[in-house]
Each structure stands twice: as C-alpha cells, then as structure tokens.
Design a binder for this molecule. Structure first.
Ligand code: Z5A
Length: 211
C-alpha cells in the first residue's frame, strides 16, 4: 500500500490553524482518502500529559532545554504511536504543529541552537518528514487580537510581543529555506478568503498525488 501524505500546519497563535484544518480534511476526504488529524504537543494520551506540563503555569520553572526536550519526547510518542502507523496504512495525516514549531519557538523565540533542533528532528523522526507544510501567516498583533477574548494565557502565550515577532520571523525564514515544502498563506484577510485558498491548495495536493 502507498504511504499517505503528511501535511503539517504551522504559524503563531491566532493565525487560524484550528479554523482551517477542517476544510483541508473535508477536501481530502471528498477525494476518497482517509485522513487522520493530530496535534502537537499531544496526539497520544502520554503526549497530552506532556502538553499539560508544558502549557500550564506550574510552581517549578521549566528550563528552555527541558522545554525543547519535552516537545521532542511528546513528538516521539505521536510519531511512533499515531502518525507513522497511519501513514503506513495509506492515510493522509494532518498535524497541527510539528518540528517547525520547535524551530520557530525554541529556536527563533528562545534562541536555542538550530543545529541541535535539526539534529533532534532527524533523530526523532528522520523517516517521517512532512511532505507539505502550510504556514499560516499574519502579523503578531492580528493573531494576538484574535485570541484576546480567551481567558488566562497559558505559559507560552504569556511571552512578550517580541518573542512572537522572533517566532514569526523564524517561520518566514524556514519557508525561504525550504520553498519546495512550505506553502505560505496570508491569513490577515477574511476567514472566507483564507478558507478558499486552503481549499484550492488541498485540490492541488490531491491532483499532484494522483499523477
Ligand atoms: N509549541 C512549541 O513551543 N514548540 C513545539 O514544538 C510545539 C508547540 C509543537 C501550542 O499551542 C503551543 O505550544 C504554542 C506553540 C508551542 N504556543 N503558543 N503560543 P496550540 O497550537 O495548541 O495553540 P495556538 O497556536 O496558541 O493555537 P490558537 O491560539 O488556537 O491559534 P490558531 O489555531 O492558529 O487560531 P484559531 O483558533 O483558528 O483562531 C483564533 C481566533 O481567530 C478564532 O476566534 C477564529 O475564529 C479567529 N480567526 C481565525 N482566522 C480568522 C480570520 N482570517 N479572520 C478573522 N478571524 C479569524
């Protein structure tokens, strides 16, 4: 059986990852493919526990290196227990965030060395690389304004504006570094227009994979 396609969706908070994944799923399923969606950090019971440790404000500070390693520990669980089996069964997998989030947040945002992050990515999921990464992009102020009505920000959301500026810049640099993998969609537009672009991209991916 042919391996399914692996699509990751990335971007700073509030750019619309959750608001656009359903249209992607709808288009791919209508073309007759089975789709599995997952998220990071998380996706398996143990990885969701790690997510809670990472997101919640606790009494104990989390050093940047521990944060990075916990992200990759959760990723190892998700890759081995969820993503790889689904791809091997021919399903398409859509993952809300993946290693590019570690590059952007822990590398760009926190300043941890990119070569270490690239090495961890190779080590943890060398045989599971995204075929396509959709980078949803909008200015930080727009993303923040869209999520401002939510309650208390979590541990990472509590970072300053400059942190998210560095994260966004890192994402855009990654897209320049790997133009064959990344598709950047400007989400500082109406949700209707963005969803239309995402649907068009899904049709393109379906047509590419049937040739
Ligand atoms: N993280 C990390 O540091 N390292 C890693 O390796 C990984 C993750 C894997 C996970 O958060 C956190 O972990 C994240 C990075 C870090 N921290 N931060 N910050 P997450 O992915 O679970 O949560 P998030 O990124 O914060 O998701 P979000 O805030 O829900 O963003 P979103 O999914 O992109 O946005 P949304 O929920 O689709 O939309 C937000 C609101 O905007 C909603 O009311 C929509 O109706 C509205 N919206 C969306 N699009 C539009 C448009 N186009 N116009 C108007 N309104 C819109």
């Amino acid at each position: 059986m042919d391996r399914g396609r692996f699509i990751t969706v990335e971007g700073i908070e509030g750019v619309g990852k959750s608001s656009n994944i359903d249209i992607l799923v709808e288009c791919i399923e209508s073309a007759g493919y089975e789709v599995l969606t997952t998220r990071e950090p998380g996706g398996t019971p143990m990885a969701e526990n790690i997510r809670n440790l990472l997101m919640n404000h606790g009494d104990e500070p989390i050093p940047e290196i521990a944060e990075l390693l916990l992200m990759f520990a959760a990723r190892s669980l998700n890759v081995n227990n969820v993503i790889l089996p689904a791809l091997q069964a021919g399903k398409w997998v859509i993952c809300d965030r993946f290693s590019d989030s570690s590059r952007a947040y822990q590398g760009g945002g926190r300043g941890l060395p990119m070569n270490v992050i690239d090495h961890l990515a190779d080590w943890v999921h060398g045989d599971v690389k995204p075929d396509v990464t959709i980078l949803l992009d909008a200015p930080v102020e727009i993303g923040m304004a869209r999520v401002s009505h939510r309650g208390e920000p979590d541990r990472i959301e509590s970072e300053k504006l400059e942190f998210f500026e560095r994260v966004r810049e890192c994402y855009l640099n990654l897209a320049v570094r790997e133009p064959e993998r990344f598709v950047v969609i400007d989400t500082a537009r109406s949700l209707k227009d963005v969803r239309a672009d995402v649907a068009r991209l899904a049709q393109q991916l379906i047509s590419d994979s049937s040739h």
